[in-house]
Design a protein around this ligand. Sequence first.
Ligand code: TXA
Ligand code: MG
Length: 321
Amino acid sequence: MTVTAQQIDKAVAVLRRGGLVAFPTETVYGLGADAANPAAVRRIFEAKGRPANHPLIVHLADAAQLDEWAVDLPESARRLAAACWPGALTMVVRKAPWVPLETTGGLDTIGLRVPAQPLAHALLHSFGGGIAAPSANRFGRVSPTRAADVAQELGDRVDLILDGGPCSVGLESTIVDMCASPIQVLRPGGVAAEDIEEILQAPVERQAVGPARAPGMLEAHYAPLARVIAVEDARAAADVARLGRHVGLIALSDVPVAFPSERLAAPSTVEAYAHDLYAALREGDARRVDLIIAILPPPRGIGTAVRDRLARAARGTEVGE
Ligand code: TXA
Ligand code: MG
């Protein structure tokens, strides 16, 4: 038996007795519990300091489990599952009556996702059931993309951390509300809205309206300790640089910058920007910068999700001028 298989067995045992297991997915690390066990699910909310009415995503090993967890599935949900799973897409659908309301934050809908990360898949496959898992950070903070980040965020509030190395995507899944008409993106993420439209051959609503149904829709979220200012270009960055004493910078590598700053990330593509973003925000805190300036990537593909997270990180740290 390999070490990994032993660890998976241990993790499954922890889940079966109602414990918490942090595990890697391709997007961010999740804080997992048995989605069918209300007491276990309540422990997730306690560990994160998350309000009980914020629904959790339930992770499944395989799209074949959809009909166990959901009812009244639209044909479009099956098409998206076939095209995007395993992957960085969460679909909000009508929940099966037996699913505990603790898991769905009291809603009659449920967020479902089949992750692609091999360790996540092995864990889900061995466990057999659904694993409810929000990002493994304290409520409102930066999501973890490495096992060490989880330890820093949650310490001994989690029973076991599976270390699968850095997450390949680095930003959370795209959440689509399949119950809305037209289908609505509740949170941009790893799968681009353009791609969903291409698959469904139908328009998808980009900007969620109405009261926040997802914590990712709360204005301030994903915030480090340092103040964050997001700008469109190098000139705007230079204008705000005077607002910090010790400035950290996140920008694509080909953006020229002339003011004194510590480069927290210099990704060469927008995918690399997404991959590096959360680690860069943490690095800013570790280096005790008081201002992080992020020069935004173009609003295409995963760039839309990067811009969304940076806008929220910036609102979460606004000092008010
Ligand atoms: O990439 C991800 O999605 C990661 C990994 C671990 O899978 N998970 C994640 O979970 O980001 P969390 O809890 O941090 O964000 C889940 C989002 C929340 O904004 C929640 O409100 C939304 O999913 N959500 C879950 N069920 C929902 C539902 N029934 N209706 C609307 N939003 C829902
Ligand atoms: Mg989260």
